[in-house]
Design a protein around this ligand. Structure first.
Ligand code: PMP
Length: 437
């Protein structure tokens, strides 16, 4: 190759490459709540990596399980073969969910989980002899990863427009419950649940019998923490039921304790037909994702036409033994340390900390749910994202890792966080907001 140094050789369009190269921030080790960077500085992790390190960094138990598994058996094909840990992991995940959500298909990422769920939805309708149901519905400002399915149902135009061609027959509901400027609501907004009726409008437009599935993040994370108003998710469920449409919850972020419950389906009391997961499944240690399917979907396949039995979908690394070992150890850590309950117990303290920034410079909205927080800043006219990026750089210099998406600061700490860490995160952000232009 011709790359002049390591920074040139590894191409990272997604990290705002140019800014990174001007000021590389290299992380070299991590434990618990902290990263250590190449300069030897400690950085408090306010984001659980990318919303994934729910159990804290490199817990001894997961490290041990992964090391032992790789020594015992590195790999086993998931094709006409199996190994016990992946079956045990599937059973334990299913036991965390409402009855009827009881079949798990493993992938290696959130993006693969989304594409898998969309394919299952299409195949399910065909298995029922309903092959005209091919439309997929997502939401504006939804994020569902970067596979072709995910960017098609996803609502981020910038992630779509470069590629020219995408899945056809996709519609987007407006993300009508976009936060009002200066709403400062605590937890989920009281009003706006009827905005789900936008789905009725799309259904009427296209004829319900053409629509296969609706996919939503119960709480949209990556696009800036957009919370569903009271009643919204249930209303989506009702509309889907009425028209025979499958409802998919993309729980890649909301799964595994982020809201102080195992999954958002438990938190909101709304049961989808499929759930996509990743991130917290292995607490960010070994890549793994998956789709959880209803019994109804599974039974339809099993009793479906012959071609459904022949159906092929799977990855070389589906149910990888090392990832399965990491998953089992992660669930052990969650359980033994009571981390979901801990997130629930801390949610009130977290909410107060988020809303303590009301009145701080540049802040135009604050949002929270479980251990998720968002601080929305007034953009600098003509320079969108600049202000939040400046805040990110300054927080990092002061030893706190935050994440920005547009001019929104998104926070999602490991669930092992202590109150002192919460104080440190918000004190640092408050100081930084006072320092930046
Ligand atoms: N869905 C949602 C809701 C996500 O937040 C993400 C990642 N941020 C994905 C899918 C994609 O996951 P991955 O990056 O593991 O492919």
């Amino acid at each position: 190759g011709t790359a002049s140094n390591n920074l040139d050789a590894f191409w990272m369009p997604f990290t705002a490459n140019r800014q990174f190269k001007a000021n590389p921030r290299m992380l070299v080790s991590a434990k618990g709540m902290h990263y250590t960077n190449a300069e030897g500085g400690k950085v408090l992790d306010g984001t659980a990596g990318l919303w994934c390190v729910n159990a804290g960094h490199s817990p001894d138990r997961i490290v041990k399980a992964v090391s032992e598994q790789i020594a015992e058996m590195d790999y086993a094909p998931a094709f006409q073969m199996g190994h016990p840990k992946v079956f045990e992991l599937a059973a334990r995940i299913s036991a965390m969910l409402p009855n009827g959500l009881d079949h798990v298909f493993f992938t290696n990422s959130g993006s693969e989980s989304v594409d898998t769920a969309l394919k299952i939805a299409l195949a399910y309708h065909r298995a029922k002899g309903d092959g005209t149901r091919t439309r997929l519905i997502g939401r504006e400002r939804g994020y569902h990863g970067v596979g072709f399915g995910g960017i098609s149902v996803g609502g981020i135009v910038a992630n779509r427009k470069t590629f020219g061609t995408l899945l056809t027959g996709v519609d987007h509901m407006p993300h009508t419950h976009l936060p009002e400027k200066n709403a400062f609501s605590r937890g989920i907004p009281e009003h706006g649940g009827d905005l789900a009726d936008e789905l009725e409008r799309i259904v009427t437009l296209h004829d319900a019998s053409t629509i296969a599935a609706v996919i939503v993040e119960p709480v949209a994370g990556s696009t800036g923490v957009i919370l569903p108003p009271k009643g919204y998710l249930q209303r989506l469920r009702d509309i889907c039921d009425k028209h025979g449409i499958l409802l998919i919850f993309d729980e890649v972020i909301t799964g595994f304790g982020r809201l102080g419950a195992s999954f958002a389906t438990e938190y909101f009391g709304v049961k989808p037909d499929m759930i996509t997961m990743a991130k917290g499944l292995t607490s960010g240690t070994i890549p793994m994702g998956g789709v959880i399917c209803s019994k109804e979907i599974y039974d339809t396949f099993m009793n479906g036409p012959e071609n459904m039995i022949e159906l092929f979908h799977g990855y070389t690394y589906s149910g990888h033994p090392v990832a399965a070992a990491a998953g089992l150890a992660t669930l052990d850590v969650y359980k033994e340390e009571g981390l979901f309950e801990r997130a629930n117990d801390l949610a009130g303290y977290w909410e107060d900390a988020v809303h303590s920034l009301k009145g701080a410079p540049h802040v135009i909205d604050l949002r929270n749910l479980g251990l998720i927080g968002a601080i929305e800043l007034e953009p600098i006219p003509g320079k969108p994202t600049a202000r939040a990026f400046e805040a990110f750089l300054k927080c990092y210099e002061k030893g706190v890792l935050i994440r920005t998406t547009g001019d929104i600061i998104a926070l999602s700490p490991p669930l092992i966080i202590e109150k002192e860490h919460i104080d440190q995160i918000f004190d640092t952000i408050r100081t930084v907001l006072g320092e930046i232009a």
